[in-house]
Design a protein around this ligand. Structure first.
Ligand code: FMN
Length: 204
């Protein structure tokens, strides 16, 4: 059993990936199937992932990420997307909620979800991105658990990626996460300073 504290301490945004090391399909699957234990509002899981693995797809993605070389070097880059309307009453994901809560409570929850997220574009985006952001973090820690390095990327052309990968208008590109193994011939910059409790927490 790996120590969770160690996983936190060892995860870095790894800029250099060993091109010769692929990720086994089973390992990628294990990472995602662990990461999906991430929480989501009403358990709606409004996320989908495109796993960019082929050379062809990497070449399409790379210029849409300001030609960051890690897109070509890493064996896999995940495009994390979220459905802005993933809380609407007709969404299939409500069935898992209903299975536990029953029909009447689910109807109430659907109305509540609409009042929370459905009244402006900003709130829809908040719904999509807050949930998918938690999945993204969960993926990076799950990857670390399986000995796989990662790198989150938001220096990207969000709309360009949506068009290139034929995503519909409701689907937001939230972030990319490259996955692979650190190229040990390279030097990773030291971890940057983090603000501590006393600097970021206000107790009231
Ligand atoms: C949402 C998000 C977007 C990021 N986008 C980029 C990026 O486009 N390019 C890049 O080199 N690093 C990117 N980073 C990596 C950060 O610079 C890095 O996580 C930070 O410097 C802390 O380093 P550490 O993760 O190794 O602790 C991004 C990180 C996050 C969380």
């Amino acid at each position: 059993m790996k120590d969770l504290k160690e996983i936190y301490e060892n995860r870095r945004a790894v800029n250099f990936f060993d091109k010769s090391k692929k990720i086994e399909d089973k390992t990628l699957e294990d990472i995602i199937n662990l990461a999906i234990l991430a929480p989501s509002a009403f358990n709606l899981q409004p996320w989908k992932i495109i796993a960019v693995k082929s050379e062809d797809a990497k070449k399409k993605l790379c210029p849409l990420a300001f030609n960051q070389p890690k897109i070509l070097e890493a064996p896999v880059t995940l495009i994390i997307t979220a459905d802005k309307n993933g809380f609407l009453p007709d969404k299939k994901a409500w069935s898992t909620f209903e299975a536990q809560a029953g029909k009447e409570s689910t109807e109430g929850a659907k109305q509540f979800a609409h009042s929370l997220y459905g009244t402006s574009e900003e709130k829809k985006i908040k719904f999509a991105e807050s949930n998918a952001g938690l999945l993204g973090m969960s993926i990076m820690y799950a990857a670390q658990y399986y000995g796989v390095d990662s790198h989150p990327i938001n220096g990207i052309d969000f709309d360009g990626i949506r068009k290139e990968f034929s995503l519909d208008e409701d689907t937001n590109v939230v972030m990319l996460i490259t996955l692979g193994y650190f190229d040990k011939s390279k030097q990773l910059y030291p971890r940057l300073k983090r603000y501590q409790y006393s600097e970021i927490v206000t107790e009231v």
